[in-house]
Design a binder for this molecule. Structure first.
Ligand SMILES: Cc1ncc(COP(=O)(O)O)c(C=O)c1O
Length: 308
């Protein structure tokens, strides 16, 4: 098969059984979103937003694209912008991993690192993200550029419902008992939850939150700093629909570090922190007794470990 461009390699990711980490009862399946051109789950939203904006005329030929990103949305946008001929400017908190900035620059993006407000390197808080977002909005307004606005763009959620969710249903080929994912913009968690709940209202949808930073669980935030970059910003994202979440699972930084190593060494999957957090959450759910019989639990490996 010959694809017309790198953009056509977005989506259609494999589903991998984590049979060495979870030996049963039931099965833990992971959608390998890191196997996309930009190296993360965000490639899907990036492509969807850019293509929609070109179709409806908000993004004209050759126009500059601007976004605030933890790095992954930026990489997805960089792939789209390179293939479609748009200059890309990204505002990224300086607390995100330098590997991401290198990749973005390699893909031709102009990267502005925004000083952290209350986080520290490797631990990016909601306030840090808000600072990068303000810089991106300001830049787009001053330069007349297209502002992607991943936290408000409806296409991100829609693409996960229409594509990722349907891919999961086809790949599993039967009942999905539970879906587990960490929440950044919430597009992945909510889009897939919508698709799975439409197929079977009994599917349990569990969000993963860092311990001490669990607004979705309704808890006060006591520890805004954590390792799970790209998620857990300390407040519910703008499109958040609480009806899609049946429960929230807390994960500790130490458990996430250790799971990242296990995924690499036992499953041959070198992935990032949110991927490991998702697997920790899924194992906790499988061990909770809440799922009867031989349950099928699906989660997502959000990005490659090469980004850290
Ligand atoms: C590494 C990583 N994991 C998970 C997510 C969360 O995805 P979503 O924004 O769809 O909630 C992101 C978002 O940027 C991310 O970068």
């Amino acid at each position: 098969m010959i694809l017309a461009s790198a953009l056509d390699a977005v989506g259609g990711t494999p589903m991998i059984a984590l049979d060495r980490i979870h030996r049963g009862p039931g099965r833990l399946l992971a959608k390998a979103e890191f196997m996309q051109p930009g190296g993360s789950v965000k490639d899907r939203a990036a492509r969807a937003i850019i293509v929609a904006a070109r179709v409806d005329g908000r993004l004209r030929e050759g126009m500059t694209v601007v976004e605030m990103t933890s790095g992954n949305m930026g990489a997805g946008l960089a792939v789209a912008c390179a293939t479609l001929g748009h200059p890309l400017v990204v505002m990224m908190s300086a607390g995100n991993s330098p590997a991401r900035a290198r990749m973005l620059e390699g893909l031709g993006a102009e990267v502005h690192l925004i000083e952290q407000v209350d986080g520290q390197p490797g631990q990016v808080t909601g306030a840090d993200v808000a600072a990068a977002e303000a810089a991106a909005r300001d830049y787009a307004a001053r330069r007349g550029a297209f502002y992607v606005d991943q936290f408000h763009a409806p296409e991100g959620l829609a693409v996960h419902e229409r594509e990722t969710g349907q891919e999961i249903l086809r790949q599993v080929g039967g009942r999905v008992d539970a879906w587990v994912a960490a929440v950044g913009s919430g597009c992945t968690f909510m889009g897939v939850a919508r698709a799975l709940k439409a197929a079977s209202a009994a599917t349990i949808c569990a969000a993963v939150e860092p311990a001490g930073c669990r607004p979705l669980a309704g808890e006060p935030v006591t520890k805004p700093r954590h390792l799970i970059q790209g998620t857990g910003y300390g407040s519910a994202p703008p499109h958040w629909d609480p009806r899609l979440m049946d429960l929230s699972l807390a994960v500790e930084d130490e458990a996430v570090e250790s799971m990242r190593r296990r995924l690499a060494r036992e499953e041959g999957l070198y992935v990032g922190y949110s991927a490991a957090a998702n697997v920790c959450g899924a194992l906790a759910l499988l061990g909770s007794g809440r799922l009867a019989g031989e349950p099928t639990v699906v989660t997502v490996l959000c990005d490659t470990g090469l980004k850290y």
